[in-house]
Design a protein around this ligand. Structure first.
Ligand code: GDP
Ligand code: MG
Length: 298
């Protein structure tokens, strides 16, 4: 018997969804940051074996008040995850209470798939507090399982994985068995550059940036160990361009080095990376820009 299906991970911004997805996949695929709203797209990560194919989906966090058209697009990615789940994981953290999730819990109650309530960051509290929290969620009567994990410390992941495999329906393979994601390599390159922007710049700056690939060329012949990548960072406002570039280009240079090292690790060749900065005013509210940047896939 072959089992397969979509395992959708949902939760508030910063709950640790991307960290959990990486832990379940056994390698770092999606970007993680202490800053909220890091993940902007729905990204599939596929785990394959002879007996099963599990398609995990990482999503943006549930945003209470969308402020841009970009947020509306992000919310629509979330909506899909209610509909196509074969197993549904709702991720919460110790500082949140069931009451903080009222609206989302009401929606989850209507999801037909098996549903797990997973308390993440349990490394931050003691066993008594964990039990108390899980009991509070048990009162909702919505979920089939109530589990505590630490995605970061990788505790409880095996138990969660076992529960997922049990709940997974019988089904065919949806993707070729050697495929690990629905996204091309160059998408992850833009994500890595965004991750480095999140690490290096502060306040509003990372949120106003989007990254596009202008050229992605794998080396040939003697240069086959070098990939050439030219990417543009689009900023929302004129004033942000000099911030990104920095005095005498110091900041953009530092960003380029950090991004290049990470990209090299990810794609496994040396990388020649060139970064450009352009202004694209108010792209987060610009339908055409959103389409170009892949926020409208319908
Ligand atoms: P997302 O917004 O839900 O995708 O959250 P991320 O996966 O980007 O993680 C947000 C922050 O929480 C990052 O700084 C992570 O390192 C941290 N984090 C994730 N899981 C855990 C955990 O189990 N324990 C602790 N202490 N921190 C965690
Ligand atoms: Mg995330």
């Amino acid at each position: 018997m072959h089992k397969s299906g979509f395992v959708n991970i949902l939760g508030k911004p910063n709950a640790g969804k991307s960290t959990l997805m990486n832990a379940l996949l056994g390698e770092k695929m999606v970007i993680v940051s202490p800053k909220p709203q890091t993940t902007r797209h729905r990204i599939l990560g596929i785990l394959n074996s002879d007996e099963y194919q599990i398609v995990f989906s990482d999503t943006p966090g549930v945003i209470d008040k969308p402020s841009y058209k970009m947020h509306e697009a992000m919310s629509s990615f979330i909506h899909q995850t209610f509909e196509d789940a074969d197993v549904f994981i709702y991720l919460v953290t110790p500082e949140e209470k069931p009451d903080d999730h009222k609206e989302t819990l009401a929606k989850i109650a209507d999801v037909h798939a098996p549903k797990f309530l997973v308390l993440n960051k349990s490394d931050l509290i003691d066993q008594a507090a964990i039990t108390l929290r899980l009991d509070a969620y048990r009162q909702t009567n919505i979920f089939q399982k109530y589990l505590a994990i630490s995605a970061k410390e990788q505790t409880g992941i095996d138990e969660l994985m076992t529960a997922i495999k049990e709940a997974l329906p019988e089904g065919p393979e949806y993707f070729p068995k050697d495929q690990m994601t629905d996204r091309p390599e160059r998408f992850f390159v833009t994500e890595i550059i965004r991750e480095k922007i999140l690490e290096q710049y502060h306040q509003e700056v990372p949120y106003s940036c989007e990254v596009g690939i202008d050229e992605y060329k794998e080396g040939e012949g003697r240069d086959r160990d070098v990939t050439t990548i030219r990417a543009t960072i689009y900023v929302n406002r004129k004033t942000q361009k000099p911030i990104l570039i920095g005095r005498q280009g110091v900041s953009i240079k530092q960003l380029g080095i950090a991004a290049r090292q990470s990209i090299e690790k990810f794609i496994g060749t040396r990388v020649h990376l060139e970064l450009f900065v352009k202004i694209r005013e108010n792209w987060r509210d610009d339908e055409r820009a959103l389409k170009e940047f892949g926020y409208r896939n319908y």
